[in-house]
Design a protein around this ligand. Sequence first.
Ligand code: ADP
Ligand code: MG
Length: 721
Amino acid sequence: MQEKNNLKTLVRYIKGVGPKKSEYLAKIGLDTIEDILYYLPKRYEDRSSVTAIKDLKPGETGTIQGEIASLSSRAARSGAPIFQAVVADPTGYIRAVWFNQPYLRDMFKTGDKVILYGKVEIYDKLQMVQPEYEIIEDDEISSGKMGQSPPFCFAKRSAGIVPIFSRNNSLNIGRIVPVYALAAELTQRFLRSLTFKAIAEYVKFAVERLPTYIIARQKLVDIKFALRNIHFPLNFEILEKAYKRIVFEEFFILQLALAIRKKGHGPEKAAFGHSMTAGELSASFKKALPFELTEAQKKAAAEIERDMSKPKPMNRLLEGDVGSGKTVVAAHALVLAVQNGFQGVVMAPTEVLARQHFIYLSELLMPLGINVVLLIGGMDAKTRERVYSEIKDGRADIVVGTHAIIQAAVEFKNLGLAVIDEQHKFGVAQRAVLRRKGLNPHVLIMTATPIPRTLALTVYGDLDISTIKELPKGRKPIITYWVEEDKRLEMYGFIREELERGRQAYVVCSLISRESGVGNRESAIETFEKLKNEVFTGYEVGLLHGKMSTKEKDKVMKDFKKGKIDLLVSTVVIEVGIDIPNASVMLIENADRFGLSQLHQLRGRIGRGGYESYCILLADPRTDAAAERLKAIEETLDGFEIAETDMDLRGPGEIFGTMQHGLPEIKFGNLAKDFGIMETARKEAFALIEKDPDLLEERHQLLKKSLYERFRGRLELIRVG
Ligand code: ADP
Ligand code: MG
């Protein structure tokens, strides 16, 4: 028989849960009592006090309770459907208005008792626009649970607080009410009452996993209190404490894993690490540079040098906004490796980028007698064999390529440093493969995607981070304009002026060709035809997109770099890392189709020389949210700020879609908002692992168990990092 004294008890042991209901609950992953207790509300509604309609103040948010007096539908001038309800209580009337939700007509009928929650305004009469609503079922009111004569109860309970485990209060009215994400077959009402019962009967079995000393130091509430109040909080202050506690535990376990992984990079592998010292070669490298490094570059270079001079392998992230000059910092690290008799490898996410790095590094390093070779997928067998053997016997000092480098049967003589550019395209697993290829080389990861701080501590929590925030001197800030379709010709005129001055331009489309897409978006191929034959006749117009062969792409990029092409029509293949200092203007078609960070990345392709540069966002956005995003990109050039905004708007999963497996599942916390909690959790976790690296102490045993439960199957990754 199923034990009934622990949280693994199945939900059907709760009274009122039959086979049907438990099936529906299973659909949203709720099988056990524990699942229920940890199924956090997606939001809360403050229904702790109901206001009489006559006391509502425009501009404030309030809850009212009343009866539907009348319903009506009409269409706005734009054609959008509008649905209205007039709701009455004994003190007055208010109008509720919903846009674009015609299905509401089937939800309500005249005479229904409803609760509305929303912002109050005056538009000839008192109204709430798009209020939250709940239709009150009769039993709830007639049973007199509120201790008031139904149907109206305006009394403010003592300071708006309803004691929860005392009388038989309603779970749905007169308190701060939890709202859950649900399957269609379930109601809020049902889940609230189920959760309530689960708490009443089982929360006493919840086990405290955090050591007492951490709870005390961080002033956390205990787990039972937290679980109760995360669902049915007495007030918002207590809710915040409950939330903080639950999120802290989640982040803490994650940071423990990261701390262990980071340790794993360390001491026991030290035998394979290499200390590298700076010398003549790095000195002549610095002398040969055509510019002076910025302070931020110098600092990053010094941090890398310090890491590499230790016997323990470096694991460092070099984070810098587009154009901040990361490549030259990486080149400095590569020189250090070569100087000490080791090979270096540079991995880029695309062939175009690998070639660019190859050219850049060859020009920079070949004069110093360093042999740089290129290794990519599309090479003929003979060349490839030659490159393989150069890598194997050590004639190749530096290998530049795509991920072909780790897939192919490449053998290094003695790999000492791996540089991975644009890390977000690579996963943790690939990093591990690379590390296994060499004798545990130093690893430097470069990313131009500024990472929101909380996310950095999550995804790169096992790495040390160097950040370049400063751009090289003499750069002029890129001027960004968002314009609508009616300005198109004017913008073409503007681009023509730039071309007249000898500058070059990009036009970026979100589609390759019309057939491949949906709706009426501009496509690269059609735009290319039009600009070449009708608009920019007399100029050289080029085309670049992902379906072209490597050879074609390569030729186009070379021609653009050499200035043979004046205007390049492209898809986002130019997104990452391309460096053409003479390009001063970029027009982005259907700019509302791109994510914020992506727009920022694209924009970073210009403004790399000393010229005034312009980014034109062409878009007629269809939603307010899209317009907001365009304004945000127009107003700031700070990639870090943009990244935070982007994560706020779209969530971390979206932004890092391509590196999903590097992003651990976060169930409770919010990576956009909970930086403070993440930071303290990290401090505590790293301190703990410092003192008890193998989690042997008695007081850490439950943590160890949680760690295994949470990262089951992925511990291998944690170990190899
Ligand atoms: P990113 O950080 O986006 O990879 P790059 O390394 O491609 O940037 O550098 C962008 C451009 O800035 C390159 O042309 C590079 O030569 C130049 N650059 C880098 N550092 C400096 C500096 N300290 N002063 C002037 N120009 C620099
Ligand atoms: Mg780069």
